[in-house]
Design a protein around this ligand. Structure first.
Ligand code: AMP
Length: 287
């Protein structure tokens, strides 16, 4: 069967015109924000959106404001033609490709900040990161005005932060989480995996291996402290150069937990191998 056409827009006015037309036809609009370098994780978000919505808009925008001064904004992989091909096969309906000038015209001076949830974990390791994310996602949601927006559990703190933000700001879109898509050997798909050398790619498996082992060790309610220390050592022995954090958290508000109790918990990790920072998380419990 021939793939349907994928329309591409680059301005807010063109985006709104398309979406307005669909909304006038009574169609339900889904939205998947991405930074491009699309892989099967992104494509699963698009396919999930497609099962729950009539039309799916995908944005590709490498957002400069969520990168720190010494991070990989310039090096971040970009391949618009390959991304658009992937979106055609995934049956996305509209690709929105704004420029930095469109997203942040001169004089832009408003930001969105979620307190509490963003202060620990990646927020502590990457100052300013979440403010960049919440600001750009707010802008994208207001530009697209979707009925539902789809985010990966792979970036768990981001998913919880955006869910809270949409609730607090009365943004009229459902925020839907989609389970992490992994390689056959367990590594979570990430646009940053292309930075890994073949040796590092093997070493990176210490993350899913350690998370699985910890989930088993902690599921029965054991004191998490010694097991988390074991987990950090295991990552370092496995080839990671440093571990930003490895924590057991409440799955909803991300407060640190000493053990798995009656509420769902989440093991969350960020660790560095060479210049690459990898994230992952899995659910644990409740008991
Ligand atoms: P990014 O392009 O990295 O900003 O990611 C765009 C969206 O794709 C975010 O909602 C991510 O959480 C999601 N995503 C990235 N990797 C995965 C994955 N392996 N599985 C599911 N969703 C993912």
């Amino acid at each position: 069967m021939e793939n349907p056409p994928l329309a591409t827009v680059r301005t807010i006015a063109d985006l709104r015109a398309r979406v307005r037309e669909w909304r006038g036809q009574g169609l339900r609009i889904g939205f998947v924000p991405t930074m491009g370098a699309l892989h099967d994780g992104h494509i699963t978000l698009v396919r999930t959106a497609k099962t729950r919505c009539d039309k799916v808009v995908v944005s590709i925008f490498v957002n400069p404001t969520q990168f720190g001064p010494n991070e990989d904004f310039d090096a971040y992989p970009r391949n618009e033609a390959a991304d658009l091909d992937r979106l055609v096969s995934a049956h996305a309906d509209l690709a929105y490709l704004p420029t930095v000038d469109i997203m942040y015209p001169p004089g832009t001076s408003t930001t969105v900040n979620v307190t509490g949830l963003t202060e620990r974990l990646c927020g502590a390791a990457r100052p300013g990161h979440f403010q960049g994310v919440t600001t750009v996602v707010t802008k994208l949601l207001l530009q697209v005005l979707p009925d539902a927006a789809f985010f990966g559990e792979k970036d768990y703190q981001q998913l919880k932060t955006i869910t809270r933000m949409a609730r607090d700001l009365d943004i009229p879109a459902e925020i839907a989480g989609v389970p992490t898509v992994r390689e056959a050997d367990g590594l979570a798909l990430s646009s940053r995996n292309v930075y890994l050398s073949p040796t590092q790619r093997q070493q990176a498996l210490a993350i899913p291996r350690t998370l699985q082992a910890l989930a088993q060790r902690l599921a029965g309610g054991a004191d998490a402290g010694p097991h988390l220390r074991w987990g950090i050592d295991e990552l370092l022995r496995g080839g990671f150069d440093s571990v930003d954090y490895l924590e057991l958290c409440d799955a909803e508000d991300l407060t640190p937990l000493t053990h798995v109790g009656a509420r769902p918990a989440r093991l969350i990790v960020a660790a560095r191998i060479g210049k690459t920072r990898l994230l992952d998380n899995i659910g644990v419990g409740p008991i």
